[in-house]
Design a protein around this ligand. Structure first.
Ligand code: 5AD
Ligand code: SF4
Length: 467
């Protein structure tokens, strides 16, 4: 199948960036305008915020963590679970007082929540001080939308657009100087029945192979030591490209670039996780030995109702192949407890799967109905209390597994990218398998790879010393 989407280079035809910088130079409360950007949800949102910051920096903005000081406050929102949405609404409500104290501040919302009609209707009704609202498909138009908001004085809403274009060349201001996100594709075609993402981020579109490889090369040349390739389902990368490429080929091409760096990726979907991919990881120079492979449920009936397109047996097949080919492979997963109609017996199949695989760690969620998804219309007979009891049971089972896996690492020497000073004199970083290690050391080591001898395990965190 040929491309069903287009590629365009980001252009600012009417010079909105310059126009915004002129207006904001006058309007700013301080000597230069300040923006406070808050990002909720997944790494894709973090990567989107880095583009928004890139555009704002081109307009002359500096950045602040303190909303009180800002001339522009933007929340980049997440719609994946109800809890995430509630937090956003709560925090937006709190901005009302800032707007009262500083009437010139511009308050905006963007991201996945803004692609849901019931959300934008509620915002329009209840939060009149929010003057800029745009969805995930309008990121490239941010300078124009921002200019319109600043000059028009009313509310600018741009949502519900379904744009099948991949925009290259949007200015990006990365949060980190040695760890960076690299989006390789956007959207998702899987329509897992519980998930809102295909509705908020649209159809799957892969970036061109050469663009991704060249951005990875630029990052490595700029000194990035950890690059994480991002997509909702990286294993289906390239399916719609005119010139066919697989994700395994992409990884293997980037891995050929010389340099001292580690290459990570997320998220993998088990239905598209090929043995070819595992072989590439096994034979690579830079790819982490960590595979985040969400299985969601250990019951074949529930997996079918979730539209996951694989079985427990197929999942175990891939996992066993990875264990055989990648020595010490570290596996992690996402799990949903309490999908509509899931019985306790079916939930126990999830417990038995985690015991069989022995994951390093898990991201666990209680099912949250999302308006507009098929699962939200399914019968959901079990109570929240019951689901919460199962959830605790799952956490307890995994705690034992994580503790055992970490304890088995005591005595080994791991190569760790030093990330931060977690307490005075104590550094922390992650192993290739993505396990956190803390050890004494000087903060001048941040951003470097160091060998660390593991001396102790504390549940899912390791303690060690420089080797
Ligand atoms: N309810 C609970 N968890 C969800 N996830 C996605 N949608 C929902 C939902 N409606 C979880 C899945 C996914 C992770 C990113 O979030 O486990 O892999
Ligand atoms: Fe959601 Fe499924 Fe797509 Fe992941 S693969 S983003 S869970 S629809």
């Amino acid at each position: 199948m040929a491309n069903t989407f287009e590629y365009k280079n980001f252009t600012d035809e009417k010079n909105y960036i310059t126009l915004c910088s002129e207006v904001m130079a006058v309007r700013a409360r301080g000597s230069s305008p300040l923006a406070c950007i808050r990002t909720y949800g997944c790494q894709q949102n973090v990567a989107d915020s880095e583009k928004i910051k890139g555009m704002l920096a081109s307009m002359g903005f500096g950045f602040t963590e303190n909303a009180e000081d800002a001339d522009f406050i933007l929340f980049n929102t997440c719609a994946v679970r109800e809890h995430a949405e509630d937090r956003v609404f709560g925090n937006v409500g709190a901005l009302k007082n800032i707007k009262r104290r500083h009437p010139s501040v511009i308050i905006g919302l963007c991201g996945c929540m803004m692609e849901q009609k019931h959300v934008t209707e509620r915002l329009y009704r209840s939060f009149p001080f929010v003057s800029l609202v745009f969805g995930t498909h309008s990121l490239h138009k941010f300078p124009e939308l921002f200019y319109n908001t600043v000059t028009y004085g009313g509310r600018v809403y741009e949502t519900g657009v379904d744009d099948m274009t991949v925009y290259e060349g949007i200015p990006t201001l990365r949060d980190g100087t040695f760890k960076g996100w690299l989006p390789i594709m956007y959207g998702c075609n899987n329509f897992c029945t519980y998930c809102i993402v295909p509705y908020t981020r649209g159809r799957e579109r892969s970036r061109r192979f050469e663009e991704v490889v060249s951005e990875a090369r630029q990052m490595i040349e700029a000194g990035y030591k950890e690059i994480t390739l991002l997509g909702q389902n990286v294993n289906s990368y390239g399916k719609n490209l005119e010139e066919k490429h697989t994700f395994a080929e992409l990884l293997s091409e980037i891995d050929k670039i010389d340099g001292d760096y580690i290459l990570r990726f997320m998220t993998s979907h088990p239905k598209d996780c090929s043995k070819e991919l595992i072989d590439v990881i096994a034979g690579s120079r830079h790819i982490s030995t960590h595979l985040h492979l969400p299985f969601q449920s250990g019951s074949n009936r529930v997996l079918k109702a979730m539209n996951r397109s694989y079985t427990r047996e197929k999942y175990l097949d891939i996992v066993n192949y990875a264990k055989e080919k990648i020595p010490g492979v570290s596996l992690t997963s996402d799990i949903i407890v309490g999908f509509p109609g899931e019985t306790y017996e079916e939930f126990l199949e999830t417990i038995s799967l985690i015991k069989e695989v022995e994951f390093t760690s898990l991201f666990t969620f209680i099912y949250s109905p999302r308006e507009g998804t098929p699962a939200a219309k399914m019968d959901d007979p079990f109570s929240a209390e019951e689901k919460s009891r199962w959830f605790s049971e799952l956490l307890k089972a995994q705690e034992e597994i994580s503790a055992r896996r970490c304890a088995a690492m005591v005595g080994s020497v791991c190569r760790v990218l030093v990330e931060e000073e977690s307490k005075p004199g104590i550094l922390s970083g992650r192993t290739s398998g993505n396990v956190i290690v803390e050890f004494p050391g000087d903060k001048s080591l941040i951003g470097q790879f160091k060998d660390v001898k593991v001396t102790k395990a504390r549940n899912w965190i390791l303690n060690g010393e420089l080797a």
